[in-house]
Every structure is written in C-alpha cells, then in structure tokens.
Design a protein around this ligand. Sequence first.
Ligand SMILES: NC(=O)c1ccc[n+]([C@@H]2O[C@H](COP(=O)([O-])OP(=O)(O)OC[C@H]3O[C@@H](n4cnc5c(N)ncnc54)[C@H](OP(=O)(O)O)[C@@H]3O)[C@@H](O)[C@H]2O)c1
Length: 401
Amino acid sequence: MNIRGIKSAMGIYLNRLCFTREVATKIPVVNRNKFPNTISSLKMDGWQIHNYGTTEELQFSTGLRMPIISNSTDCLVRINATTVNPIDVAMLGGYGSKTLNLLRYQYSKTIEFPLILGREFCGEVVQCGMGVDNKISVGDRVYGVVPLHINGSHAQYVVVPQYCLSIAPASLSNEQAASVLYAGLTAWSGLYVTGRLGSVCGAVSCSGGGENSRVLVMGGSGSVGSLAIQLLKSQKVTVYATCSDSAIELVKTLGADYVFDYKNSAEFEALRNYAPFDIVLDCTGQGAELAKNLNFQFGQYITFSSPLLKNVDKFGISFGMLKNITHFIQSNMKSLSGKGFFLKYGFFMPAPQGIELLTRLVKKNQLSPIIDSSFTFAELPLAFEKVNRGHLRGKVVITMS
Ligand SMILES: NC(=O)c1ccc[n+]([C@@H]2O[C@H](COP(=O)([O-])OP(=O)(O)OC[C@H]3O[C@@H](n4cnc5c(N)ncnc54)[C@H](OP(=O)(O)O)[C@@H]3O)[C@@H](O)[C@H]2O)c1
C-alpha cells in the first residue's frame, strides 16, 4: 500500500471511530460477525452508472467501496430488498443532473459519477452514527428512502440519515416493506404538503386529515396512485379513481369509491356528474397538459410531473429557475381565469411525519403495497426495462439474496 492508500485507510478508520456507535457501544457478536470490520473488506456488490443513457450503462461490480458514515445521524444499512421507480429510469437518462449535482456537491463534496440509483429499501442496520437516537439500533430491520442527491440502494449497503428510516412493520415481507415509502411519501406530500388536505397539521405532523373531502386520483393502478387511494380512504376521504379497464377490479379492492376507465370516453365523460372535486391528483405522468382536457370542475390540480428539473437541465440553474417561476405564474393565471383551479406540483419528500403516518396505517392494515413483479439483484436491468415499458400495477421489486 502506498502513502496515499495508507492515508485514505486511516481516514476511513478515524471517521468510523469519531462518528459511529458500532465502535462506541458494544454491538452484539452476531451483528459484529455480519459486518466486515477490517478496512480491507469494506467492499460490496452494486450497480453503478458512469454515464447517462440506457440500461446498457448499468454496470455490476463486486469490488465497490462501501459507503461510510460521515454525519453523526447517519446509519449504514445492509439491504434485503429494493425497488426500481420511474425516477431511477429518468435519472439513468440524466434527468435532474444539474440540480442534483449541485445538491450532491453541497452535501458531500462528491462528484456525479459513479452513481448508484435506487430510492427505497428494506434492510438491517449494521452501524449507527453517535447522534442516532435510541429509536434505531444496530440489528434492527428497517425500511427507508434515499434522498435524490445521495447514492442509492441498488447495492448491498446504503448510508442514509436517521430521519429517512423507520422500523419496518413486522407484517410486511422485505419486498413489501421496500415498496411503501418512496411512492407513499410522494402521495403523502402531494396531498398534505402541496394540497394542504389536512390543513397545516396534516403537513407538519402525522395527523393526516381531510375527512369528507372529494379527491380524484388519476392513475390509481400505479405505485403512487395505489398508495394514494389507500391513504385517502384511511382518512375518510371520498375517492374517485381512473385506470385502464384491466385494473378496475384491483383499484376497487384498494377502496376507491368510484372507478372510471380512462380509455372509455363515455365513462370518462361521466366524471362530470361527480364533480366538483377538491383535488385532482395526477399520478399518470402526464402533467399539466392533462388538466386542460378535463371538462369538469375542481379546486386544485396536483401533478407529480413538473417541468422544474427539466428546465434547469435545459437552461441552467438561473435561467431555468426563472423559466420555472414564469411558467408557474402563467399557468396559474390561465387556469384560475379559465376553469378556476390552482395548478400545483407535488414532490417526493423524505419527511419523518409522513413516514410515521404511513407506518401507522400499515400497522392498522389500512395500507399495503401492491407488487407488480419481482427480480433478482442480478436481473436489475430487466427491472429497469419493465418500469420503462410502463402500465405497471404497483411496484417493481428487487430481492437481494
Ligand atoms: N415529482 C416526484 O417527486 C415524483 C415522485 C414519484 C413519482 N413521480 C411521477 O409520478 C408518476 C407516477 O409514478 P408511479 O411510480 O406511480 O408510476 P407507475 O407505477 O408507472 O404508474 C403510472 C400509472 O398510470 C396509469 N396511467 C397512465 N396514463 C393514464 C391515464 N391517462 N389515466 C389514468 N391512468 C393512467 C398507468 O396505467 P395504464 O397505463 O396501464 O393504464 C400506470 O398504472 C410518474 O410519472 C413518476 O415519474 C414523481
């Protein structure tokens, strides 16, 4: 080992000494055995990309450097199951790279490549920073999400801040637990933070709310739509949902009060008889364009497909942000003066109060994820292709063996 190698190894060792509870407190022998303790064995398997593009850019490696705890509230988790979301496919193609690079650099001074994708997981905690409180301990089975600017869960290990984790509900398998939080937190933040469904309390606490509201979920059969329906029903909201013919039975079993086939024009027209809706939640990926074609009344149109990151990718940070502000004001002036609705954008938000609400609902059997299909870790590129083809009925899951 040369001088640089020795310095880097010392750095890793000192870092672990300063920040980790694995060193400061005595972890049980069983966990110590599972966690590679020597610096030379800090290697893992994972899928990385070194360029943006198609699934051909996904490269499997067995000798990747394991992520290390660098903030005192971080936890290192060994992954049992993870998922592939549309955002992974989009990020593989370079979506959001300008904004995310900026965040990445500010957060960890790291550069863009090599990049590990994957936004959610279920796994076992193998190491905790000194600032992690007693809600999470080494050996716990947890589920969690990875913020977009942190290297993701398509690997054997991931490091995330404690606020992104919770103890995984015992009733869920590893695959099910891995399938709840990314789409669930997207649905929660769209409805409660962007949509203010439960007023201020709904956004800042795990109280939920929105009883007696009327919400139309467009795209009720996908990952976000299927969890949005269950979340809303648990809060006594009247739920209307659209999906294609083949998914109607599934969407009814999720609890939607009224289900409409969006490909059947007569049925879609009939939505007018049930309006006005407080919120139309677009989980179809079509964005603001869809709102223009709706010939019924509603108060807010919340879409998860915003042009924000795309504009920054295309026009740069300053001009892109300016474009976003202008676009937002212009669209809202048009929608308010025309049909009288607010156009808003919803985003995935790794919020602990959202995780707490979703966990409570899982424990009460009011929310459970739908799994579209499962793949092994070695088959990850096939899972990307499946998500890319669309028409999903819930989640595409990756099982680590
Ligand atoms: N902004 C954010 O932070 C954020 C976070 C998560 C997701 N998203 C976005 O939100 C969207 C949904 O995500 P997801 O993970 O739920 O995707 P998904 O699992 O692929 O689900 C999309 C669903 O929409 C249905 N659909 C497509 N066109 C429709 C239409 N016109 N009317 C009704 N249903 C329609 C599809 O069913 P059929 O085509 O089979 O009918 C499919 O079930 C994606 O565009 C994703 O990129 C954004």
